[in-house]
Ligand binder design. Structure first.
Ligand SMILES: CCCCCCCCCCCCCCCC(=O)SCCNC(=O)CCNC(=O)[C@H](O)C(C)(C)COP(=O)(O)OP(=O)(O)OC[C@H]1O[C@@H](n2cnc3c(N)ncnc32)[C@H](O)[C@@H]1OP(=O)(O)O
Length: 245
């Protein structure tokens, strides 16, 4: 029973990397907004948290439209240049990515992705992630809600770290899932006002065997202010690493 579940898990995870065109194909399927086709790999219709909701401010909506348009145009024209593809985002990523495989040791039934577990839209982490077709960069538009306060009127450093880990971790997962964060170094340069929208950009610096070195910066949407800089190391793991507990 356990072996069969693990086999299905591996099969599911093989859909995640973009070492070939598979993920891009999946992402095209996932982008139900673009195609009108629901994700064929999911047994249910999970909520995609990366789609616009009424809590999004003007800047969040403007940037979303900007990058999503590039994604649509590239898909429509089949061009060879640079483009961005939106990543869907679910609150139970591993379960949905494996087509509903339930491994009780890894996925408790009440477990939810940390950044996607608050029901009130706009209260905490509102974000949408895009990856560039060459997989060298990811870009996240992040609107920080009122529950993320640290210093008065500004975003908590732990919430910023969470978003950096999320963006760089997703980036590393695109290159070869599954991965875990081994190291995260952060320099906080200027505070982020609560409620504001910022850009989080990650860049693949180098790959060495199981290791992926990724750098990241958080800046104002007009690029005039650098809020945070970080470097991260991700190590590829086997699924048995997670089962060891
Ligand atoms: C499952 C996927 C689903 C995908 C769905 C995607 C959608 C959803 C996206 C959400 C995205 C959120 C992303 C959150 C990601 C986390 O937050 S993960 C949680 C926090 N991280 C942890 O708990 C990790 C705890 N640590 C560990 O488990 C183990 O130490 C590690 C990191 C896996 C490494 O262990 P290991 O595999 O035995 O590797 P090991 O042989 O010790 O070292 C391998 C290499 O890495 C180096 N290394 C290891 N650790 C370090 C370190 N700290 N510093 C420097 N070098 C190091 C070693 O020196 C070695 O180098 P080489 O000798 O090969 O040159």
């Amino acid at each position: 029973m356990a072996r069969s579940a693990i086999g299905r898990l591996f099969a599911g995870l093989r859909c995640l990397p973009v070492g070939n065109t598979q993920l891009q194909t999946q992402c095209s399927r996932w982008s139900s907004e673009r195609t009108g086709v629901e994700a064929s790999m999911f047994s249910h219709k999970p909520r995609d948290f990366s789609l616009p909701n009424p809590s999004w401010g003007e800047e969040m909506k403007r940037l979303y439209k900007h990058y999503n348009l590039q994604s649509e145009e590239a898909a429509g024209q089949g061009e060879d240049g640079e483009w961005w593809t939106r990543l869907p985002s679910y609150n139970r990523s591993l379960k949905y990515a494996t087509g509903g495989v339930y491994l009780s040791k890894m996925i408790q039934s009440k477990a939810r992705l940390f950044t996607r577990n608050i029901r009130d839209p706009g209260a905490a982490f509102e974000y949408v992630l895009f990856f560039r077709n060459d997989k060298q960069r990811c870009l996240c538009i992040f609107q920080a809600g009122h529950l993320l306060e640290g210093p008065p009127g500004h975003v908590h450093g732990g919430a910023i770290a969470t978003m950096i880990d999320t963006v760089t971790g997703t980036h590393a997962s695109l290159l070869s899932a599954p991965v875990m964060t081994a190291n995260l170094n952060i320099n906080y340069r200027s505070p982020i006002p609560l409620g504001s929208t910022v850009l989080i950009e990650s860049t693949l610096d180098k790959e060495e065997g199981k290791k992926k070195f990724i750098s990241c910066k958080v800046s104002s949407t007009d690029g005039s202010k650098l809020h945070t800089e970080a470097t991260a190391l991700f190590v590829s793991i086997s699924v048995s690493h997670l089962l060891r507990g």
